[in-house]
Design a protein around this ligand. Structure first.
Ligand SMILES: NC(=O)C1=CN([C@@H]2O[C@H](COP(=O)(O)OP(=O)(O)OC[C@H]3O[C@@H](n4cnc5c(N)ncnc54)[C@H](O)[C@@H]3O)[C@@H](O)[C@H]2O)C=CC1
Ligand SMILES: O=C(O)[C@@H]1CCC=N1
Length: 276
């Protein structure tokens, strides 16, 4: 199915690039099938064309008319303007995938005159190395075939979980934003490593394997996370010393609160459009 789709990305930013990069690496889609349009940043279009061998266009109308699948990849605040500019060229044969945080499939359907299917997807930037944790929900007009197409496309760039749309804001705060939380924590660990005499290279190698090993261990275990970290702690040992500081500063509670703030933001990003 995917091999016959003409795909147009509306928006040429970080997320579009991550998805394009992952898709091409998987070879299920060729550069010929992909066209990217943007608002006004020609440098981004040149960058994508040169680095990925995809097509770019300054003629949005043509790029939309000549496509089967539209992938909306602009910021949520720009979706109204973006869809207004292309909506006369959207036909019923089009399938729309949206990767926008907060924005619901109904928000998008309201901005399009025809009843084409809309599928909401929350991927993350690990798509760039085919390791996104992506979730998919179908809107009102989306059929099982449309969900299958989204699953086929996004499974080329990582794992897929199909969820009802009411869970999408939670997914966004957890796995959409998730890579940033891990990078932030790792930055703290790397600072300690370097200040204690390890080189950046040494600490990177050690931390990557530590993170991958912990993820693998959790994925293969039925134990709770608490029992997994307690397994690391020897009484009076190094981990306990670290935890006494982390717990004093309620680091875990702050992580929970921060993630809830991301979920709340995803909810509020959808709200202004709901009032239209
Ligand atoms: N960056 C991330 O980790 C993730 C982002 N997302 C979602 O992906 C979407 C894009 O995010 P980023 O790529 O980070 O943003 P970005 O700012 O890097 O890219 C957005 C692109 O949309 C273009 N654009 C704006 N208005 C337009 C219009 N009217 N017509 C055509 N193009 C237009 C901009 O020129 C820009 O190239 C957002 O809605 C975000 O919620 C979802 C998951 C993860
Ligand atoms: O920060 C954001 O709004 C986007 C959505 C999920 C990750 N990045």
């Amino acid at each position: 199915m995917l091999s016959r789709q003409r795909i147009t990305f509306i928006g040429a930013g970080a997320m579009a690039e991550a998805i394009i990069s992952g898709l091409l690496a998987d070879n299920r889609v060729s550069g010929e099938q992909i066209t990217v349009v943007n608002k006004n940043n020609d440098e981004r279009l040149d960058h994508l064309e040169k680095n990925y061998g995809i097509k770019t266009s300054k003629d949005k109308k043509r790029a939309v008319a000549d496509s089967d699948l539209l992938i909306l990849a602009m910021k949520p605040k720009d979706v109204d303007e973006a869809l207004e500019s292309i909506q006369p060229h959207i036909r019923e044969h089009h399938v729309i995938f949206s990767v926008l945080a907060g924005t619901t499939t109904d928000d998008i359907a309201r901005l399009v005159d025809v009843d084409c299917p809309v599928v909401r997807v929350m991927a993350n930037t690990s798509a760039k190395v085919a390791a996104s944790a992506s979730a998919i929900s179908g809107g009102r007009h989306a059929s099982a075939k449309d969900i299958d197409l989204a699953a086929e496309l996004f499974s080329a760039i990582g794992t897929i979980t199909v969820v009802p749309e009411e869970k999408m804001n939670s997914v966004t705060g957890v796995s959409g934003s998730g890579p940033a939380y891990f990078y932030y924590l790792l930055e703290g660990l790397q600072t300690a490593a370097v200040e204690a005499g390890l080189s950046e290279e040494e600490s990177k190698a050690l931390l990557i394997q530590t993170m991958e090993g912990a993820a693998k261990r959790w994925s293969q275990s039925s134990e709770s996370l608490r029992s997994l970290y307690e397994e690391v702690m020897s009484p009076g040992g190094t981990t306990e010393a670290a935890f006494s500081v982390l717990q004093k500063h309620t680091v875990q509670e702050h992580l929970t609160t921060g993630t809830k703030a991301a979920i709340d933001r995803s909810i509020s990003l959808g709200q202004p459009k709901k009032q239209v």
